[in-house]
Design a protein around this ligand. Sequence first.
Ligand code: FES
Ligand code: FES
Length: 372
Amino acid sequence: MINVALTVNGTKVEKSIEPRTSLADFLRGACNLTGTHLGCEHGVCGACTVNVDGRPIRSCITFAAQVEGCNIRTIEGFGSDTTMTVLRSEFSREHALQCGFCTAGMLITAHDIVTRLGACGEARVREELAGNLCRCTGYAGIVQAVVNAGSAHVVEGATPPILDAAAKPASLPASHDPSEKAAQIPKKAASANAAPGATRISRSFTVDANIDRVWQLFCDLPTVAACIPGAELKSYDEDSFEGQISVNLGPIRAKVEGAGHYSLDPDNKSGVLEGAGRDLLSRSRVQGRLEFRLAGQSPTSTQIETVITFTIQGVLAQLARGPVVDSLVSLILKQFAGDARAILAGDKSRQKGRRLGFLDLVRVLLSSFRKN
Ligand code: FES
Ligand code: FES
């Protein structure tokens, strides 16, 4: 046994420990500071990150004896810290945690980023956070929370900004305001195509109709909206629209209100719709882009190629994962194709639109299980 003396969260601590005791075990076992989590215990996941003499380190691969005489700050030591208070608020606002296992380490690394760099862009935040792994959130909310906190340019000792959930740093775009009913995007808004981490899904299907008739349908925005399950067009003009889309699939519930713009290219029989919105239920933010192109297969058959690109931030980000979203998009496109075929065949009753129901949930889940 050896004696090790450290300062932990401002208090001097001296313990008799085995020389091989890691700092993480020292903090959790000898000091009862269990906010420091252990994930991999190999220095990979970052869950055990603590601050030693002002720098974040991994406590699972650091011997307590190595940091003899140092100042250690664990998550418990940031209780009234101004920067950490803002970070906690931003993590909450951006839904940057689910199970919370990684959160203590994330926050300590985020505190270092904001303190060291102040305002910085998403790419830099992602690079700086690369050593902290999260198995739940998809990272979008975490990165946004750190960007927001950096934009607020919080420094130790500064007056903290208002921290209620509806408050937003002055530098945030208007769409961060949860009181907004719909996120408005400018006509030249950056597309979801360019957003890091965007999900991209390509699909094609065929309808038995001449390409000119199919093109006519695609130029008629109310009819297109009627073919998308849960979609409702509220207003539109020659290049922009406002509307909402509802999804009610068992536990997956969303009602996204938003706005966007569209452009059609008659020469190439193609078009692009882009939009952004906010889920009124979870306040998640969604940004998406739909590109389509028609190709005549024969005088009576047209192939429709689609590419859907989207990003989701907030609790709905769970949807943007692997087989579930893949199956959901397949289901929506299948229903879209079915309704488009029916309308082209003269069935006007299909123009009322419809919703996804319980059986659709079963189909999505079965399909995603099969892909696993
Ligand atoms: S537990 Fe220390 S890095 Fe994973
Ligand atoms: S919130 Fe669960 S691991 Fe990150």
